[in-house]
Write a protein that binds this ligand. Sequence first.
Ligand code: F3S
Length: 398
Amino acid sequence: MHLTKEEEQMLDGEQGYAIQKSMEILVALGRIYRAEKLIRVGSVQVAGVSYHNLGDAGLEFLNKLAKDGKVKVLTTLNPAGMDLEDWRKLGISEEFAEKQNLVIEAFRKMGIIISCTCTPYLIGNLPTYGEHIAWSESSAVTFANSIIGARTNREGGPSALAAAFVGKTPYYGLHLEENRVPDTHVDVKAKLKTLSDYGALGYSIGKKVQNKIPYITGIEDADLDKLKTFCASVVTYGAKPLFYMKGITPGSEKQRLPKESIIIQDTDIKEAYESINDDVEAIDFVCLGCPHTSIREIAEIANLLSNRKVSPNTELWIATSRSMKQLADKRSYTELIEKAGGKFACDTCMAVAPLKGRFRSVATTSAKGCYYSRHNDMKTKLGSLKECLEAAVTGKWS
Ligand code: F3S
C-alpha cells in the first residue's frame, strides 16, 4: 500500500503513540484487503463503547490511546452500557457505572462527541452522498451506504478509532465503485405496514441473500423509521451493509437490475415472524428503540400510552439518544411516557446494557433487538408499536 511521507512519519511514531498504533491498524487492514492507499474520511462512528463488551482489557487499551490521541474528524459514539445520567433507574450496579464512566472519560479525552447513539445521522453526524466515512455500527453503516449513499465499510471499534486519529481509512471494499454493484434482485410483493414488518422483511432478505448486495424493488412508501429498522435487520441477518432500494437509494436508477432474482411474498414475512417469535406469553421487558427512536416514534409512543399504565410486572424502556430525549422533554412526551411508567434509556440499548439474567422475555419492534436478546437468554416477541405497548400494559403478549 502506498503511504505518503506524512503517513510514513505517523507510522514511525513521529506524531505520538495513538497515531502510530492507529497507523499500524490501518496499514495491516490495508495490506490484508490490498488497498492501494489511504483516503480521507469525513466522519467516524465508533462502536465498542459498553464496558460490558470492552472489559478491563478494552478500558486499558482506550486509556493508553487517550494519553496523546486526539481525533482529527467529526467522531461520534455508539451506545454505552447504561444511561450516563440516570443509570440507577435502569438497575445498573455502582461497579458497572464506575467502569463505564472511565470508558466514557477516555473517549472524551480523545475529543470524541459523547453522543452514545446508533443513529448519529439523526443528531448531527450526517454524511453527504458519495462521502467516504469510517463507521462501525452495522445498522448505521447500512443506513449511510444505502439510504444516504455515503461510502463506508463495516469497521470494527479499533479500526474506526484508528481512522478518527489519522483522519483516513484504507481504500478498499465498499469505498470502491466496483464493489458496490448489486448482485441479487429482490422483488417485494408482500404487504408491509408496521415497523416490525420492515424488521421481518430485513430478516427474510438477509437470510436469503447472505453476504450479497440486494437491489430491492416493490417498496413504495417507507419512512425513515421503517428504513432504519430495515437497515438494522437486513445486515444482522446476513446481507452486506449495502442495498439499493428503487426510488429511495440515491443512484439506484443508474444500477442495472441483477439477473439473479428472488420474490418476497406475504408468506416469507409470516415465516420471519414465526422464526423470530418464541412461544411465550408473559412479557417482563418491553424495549423500543433499536435503532434508537426518532422524535416521531417517541411522539407515537407518548400518544399510545396516554391514560395507560405499564404493568408492575413489566419494565418498559425507550432507548434513544440524549439529544432526542431533550427534544421529547420540550414537547412533554417525556412527562407522558414517564407518568405511564415507561423509562427512557438514553445513551444505551438492549444489546449493550448488561441485561443477561434480568429478564425472561422481551417484546420489541426490532428484529435486530430480538437477535441480540436471544444472546441474553430472553424469549423474544417481535411486533408493532401497538402490540409491544399492549404487552407493556398487560404484561402479556396477546
Ligand atoms: Fe442500536 Fe443497539 Fe439496536 S446499537 S441498532 S439499539 S442493538
